[in-house]
Design a binder for this molecule. Structure first.
Ligand code: FUB
Length: 668
């Protein structure tokens, strides 16, 4: 079949799509407070894990019972390694505290140290515990007591180049301290400190606190310290509320930072890394990590839970530094980072840019992890999705999941709204004739279109609306299975496969034989027809192709799709060469074909498969015959009416075992 149709509509109501959203990067759990670390050439993500409020817990508050760890090599595909620590396992923790807030994990001397805040068994506030493992994904062994002298949340550990480690945490400002070499104790004195009395709460007894409050940071609420070193600069980054509560305002967190030449400061405040979330999600929390030469900011928002900012989701953006070491402000995006393989589901609703009037909405507001779709409001509107990798494409077509209320059209182009057309879609939702005989307005449809052009390497996709409004959930390029590989002129001889099937053949482009029904495939009709065709063969102009088949059976109808005018009602001429190291007596040719076929060995007819048959292995077997030492020519013709033509063939020895000790020295 030639690609005559500009669009072949393939039916289907959309089943639930869990496509690969770009931001957020984890799309089946709520994840927050992301600490990203590079271990063994991969990025490991240690977030906290928000769950829906459990009965009896504080309303409209965080609810967190365990930690998962995730890893990725490309920042797009994330593997969830499962739960590494949960509240009931912590020997000193409240098993129903639901207070497993922002964690960290670092490596030192081949061991992994996981730090996490948690509500203690008794008393108020938070303590910070440690668990150790030999692998970044655990299993983690929990210490029996929390770290003495650390009362607060959001631990972060920096292992400096000289091997000294520092821990930072928040609660009454941001504090920092040296850690002992064992990574589990503060190095330095602990002092008694009185916690400020909270309204309506009883006065607390003084506590033993270590470390020192970090100096040079701005006024205003701060938490979630993340410290790192880049060259000779130390960075202390933190969520910070810069606005005031005046006039009933509820200012929310930015991400801010300070720099120093020393790991514990004093710090020189530099400003904002990321501004407040536009939708008033109150918290943000983050980490910065360098991976394969690029710095990234991991942070969170409440994209999957816009009405509840205590259920959050991790996102990633690229970060750049100025030459003086300061950090360029980062704007949150939907597209996030990473290159999306064109063969994966591309959630174009996570766009890089849109024209005015385009919107996004949840696919299902009651199940937000089902993601979003984008709506292009009309002719000329567009959206761009940057960085799709086209290199996995061989012979591909494009699938689009769309919804429309009127018959419309859109194209997918490279680079810009007027760029080269990759594929065009016509969306027919109201038609008596088309593939849908009922009104499909407002239904999700999966449509396919052939490619007019295939971009090379990594390129931007632009969806351009060319008619009435259309909503798009995802696009996906799909490679057609490669049934045949052309054989090169210098190819070495092929061998039959382990079962003896001969997979290298010269095939002539099919001859059209419009046959209504295969009942006519009687012995007489076939013999007459094959004789006529054989006589005509030398004059046939059709091209021959030397091909290796991916399958044991030669799927001739797939060959016809590519090289013929029609898939059905065709006659196929096939020829191959069998090169035997010695004469082989008493072998038989065993063949199957859909539909009828005739077989010649060295110009002698040896088998005729007549009637309307399906291809079955060893369906017909020749009389005993001899394969000559050296070259033998095997030919066949397969004829079929309304059916999917294919054939399979092998030689069997006198014990019925496949013959495999010959070569097939065919080349282009
Ligand atoms: O996730 C609970 C708390 O919210 C974190 O510990 C804070 O940093 C804030 O993100």
């Amino acid at each position: 079949m030639k690609h005559k149709l500009s669009l072949s509509l393939v039916l289907g109501l959309l089943s639930v799509s869990f496509g690969k959203a770009q931001n957020p990067v984890i799309h089946d759990l709520f994840t927050a407070d992301p600490t990203a670390r590079v271990f063994n050439g991969k990025v490991y993500l240690y977030p906290s894990h928000d769950i829906l409020p459990v009965e009896g817990t504080r309303p409209n508050w965080f609810c967190m019972a365990d930690y998962h760890v995730f890893s990725s090599e490309n920042l797009v595909d994330w593997t969830d390694h499962g739960v590494i620590v949960s509240q009931e396992q912590v020997p000193w923790g409240n098993p129903t505290g639901y207070s497993m807030w922002a964690p960290d994990c670092v490596e030192k001397g081949g061991k992994y140290y996981f730090y996490f805040p948690n509500a203690p068994k008794s008393g108020r506030g938070f303590a910070i515990g440690v668990a150790t493992a030999d692998q970044p994904e655990g299993p983690f062994r929990l210490e029996s007591e929390p770290i003495k002298g650390v009362s607060g949340i959001d631990p972060c550990v920096l292992v400096d180049e000289d091997g000294q480690s520092y821990i930072y945490w928040s609660g009454m400002g941001i504090r920092g301290a040296k850690l002992k070499q064992n990574m589990k104790e503060l190095d330095g004195e602990l002092r008694e400190m009185k916690m400020p009395r909270r309204e309506g709460m009883p006065e607390m007894p003084p506590m033993l606190v270590g470390g020192e409050e970090m100096k040079g940071l701005p006024e205003g609420f701060k938490e979630g310290p993340f410290a790192f070193r880049r060259g000779n600069w130390y960075y202390l980054t933190f969520p910070w509320v810069r606005g005031s509560k005046e006039n009933g305002a509820n200012p929310t967190e930015t991400l801010a930072y300070a720099m120093s030449k020393s790991p514990l400061g004093p710090w020189d405040f530099k400003g904002i890394i990321m501004a407040e979330h536009e939708n008033h999600c109150w918290t943000n929390h983050h980490s910065l990590v360098e991976y394969q030469g690029q710095w990234y900011l991991f942070y969170h928002n409440n994209a999957y839970s816009p009405n509840d900012d205590k259920r959050r989701s991790v996102c990633i953006e690229k970060v750049t530094f100025n030459s003086d070491g300061t950090i360029c402000e980062v704007k949150p995006t939907l597209r996030g980072v990473g290159v999306a393989p064109a063969t994966s589901r591309i959630d174009v609703d996570r766009y890089s840019a849109i024209s005015e009037g385009c919107t996004t909405a949840f696919n299902d507001t009651t199940a937000t992890f089902r993601g979003w779709h984008a709506t292009l409001p009309g002719k000329g509107s567009w959206l761009r999705f940057a960085d799709a990798d086209f290199s996995p494409l061989t012979d591909a077509y494009l699938v689009a999941c769309v919804k429309a209320n009127a018959n419309t059209a859109f194209s997918v182009r490279e680079k810009s709204a007027k760029g080269k057309v990759i594929a065009r879609f016509t969306v027919t939702v109201k038609s008596e004739q088309g593939p849908f005989r009922r009104d499909m307005s407002g239904q999700w449809l999966t449509l396919t279109a052939p490619l007019e052009y295939t971009p090379k390497g990594t390129a931007d996709l632009v969806v351009t609306c060319e008619g009435d409004a259309v909503s798009i959930d995802w696009l996906q390029f799909k490679n057609r299975p490669r049934y045949f590989t052309p054989v090169a002129s210098d190819a070495s001889p092929a061998k039959p496969d382990e079962q003896g099937f001969i997979r290298r053949w010269k095939l002539m482009e099919p001859i059209a034989k419009p046959i209504r029904s295969n009942i006519i495939f009687t012995n007489t009709w076939l013999r007459e027809t094959f004789d006529e065709e054989l006589a005509r063969l030398p004059k046939q102009k059709a091209k021959w192709h030397t091909l290796d088949s991916e399958n044991y059976n030669m799927k001739l109808f797939r060959f016809a799709e590519k090289y013929g005018s029609q898939t059905y009602g065709s006659l196929f001429w096939c020829e191959t060469v069998i090169d035997c190291p010695e004469e082989m007596q008493n072998v038989r040719l065993a063949a199957g074909s859909n539909g009828a076929s005739i077989w010649w060995l060295n110009d002698q007819e040896i088998l005729l498969l007549e009637g309307d048959r399906r291809m079955v292995v060893d369906d017909g077997v020749s009389a005993r015959l001899t394969l000559n030492k050296g070259r033998n020519v095997l030919r066949c013709a397969v004829i079929n009416g309304p059916g999917l033509s294919d054939m399979c063939v092998r030689f069997l020895d006198e014990n019925g075992k496949p013959v495999t000790n010959f070569q097939i020295p065919l080349s282009k």
